[in-house]
Design a protein around this ligand. Sequence first.
Ligand SMILES: Cc1ncc(COP(=O)(O)O)c(C=O)c1O
Length: 379
Amino acid sequence: MKVPLLDLKAQLAPIEREIKEAVLEVVDSTRYIMGPKVEELETRIAEYVGAARAVGVSSGTDALLVSLMALGVGSGDIVVTTPYSFFATAGVVARLGATAAFVDIDPDTYNISPAALEEWFERETTRVGQVKAIVPVHLYGQCADMDPILEIARRYGVPVVEDAAQAIGATYPSKSGVKKAGAMGTVGCFSFFPSKNLGCLGDGGMVATDDAALADKIVLLRNHGAQPKYYHSLVGGNFRLDAIQAAVLLVKLPHLDTWHAGRRANAAYYDRHLNVPGLKKPHVAYGPDSHIYNQYVLAVPDDRRDALRKHLDANAVGNEVYYPVPFHEQQCFAHLGYKTGDFPHSERAARRTIALPIYAELTDGMKDYVIEKIEAFYE
Ligand SMILES: Cc1ncc(COP(=O)(O)O)c(C=O)c1O
């Protein structure tokens, strides 16, 4: 048997005709840049995540970049974030000439630790004034602990940019009711990279916010800061979402909650049937339906993670490591002056975790095969 990490053909099969029709409709319309599909998707996503406005952009990376640009982040500024995420989270900070300051993760959820964040603000009294944003990441599809993060941000007067690239539809039981990822901070950033729970046929992203002025600025920045055409009040970029991708996402969005449910059922199956002493399964911090399982990530009990990977590869079980090197150990961030040992929970996660196939269309037989191969490795 073969169990790939992700099988996009299986997801496509039941909606293939509709997707192709939607693509052809855009082809025939010749409205390839912006237009009604992008606008309709913006309305649908704003509704889905519970934000007043949503702005379609070219990728999750550009969603983060344009959000930080709109908040005025630049040279001399500090952005506080996690050292354990996809590169874009910290890469965009550096691209704007700002400095990323890292605080360690919670070892159970792998999300930024509110206690470590609080400690950073208390310790770094001389740098606090330079902080222009806090960027929590809702890693693997589970929300960071937003209430205390938002409280710290409020106390220091700093905007919060949620990196919800992996977490569209994830929920958080906030003090003021259940909220969705990307609709709690100042801005929320989403990715439609094909491996996300809501993925398009290439790159795509979205920014959500309740702040109308900020949304207007992001709309402007998305198109080189031009309004009207050829009159530039700001220096922006080409951060536009393609009409074809918007059309595809409009077909897929109505299926999203069903796909989330399929992933949750698969996670519950692994939780129930995978039995290896010391193997740490995903910790669900909130209610049973809060996690959207963009990834199902295990932490192995010893230093044999890479040997387990080889064993799974040899048995055609898809797997991946998200992420093997935390930001403070990346060569390109050496100038920031961090060293190994500074963020022990992130370092341990980078060395011990492994992601399993979790996509909605997995059969029980496939999950049993994955479980059998992992258990055999530890026998
Ligand atoms: C946490 C996180 N942030 C940002 C991104 C960037 O998104 P994109 O690949 O759409 O640029 C991703 C996607 O890979 C991600 O997982």
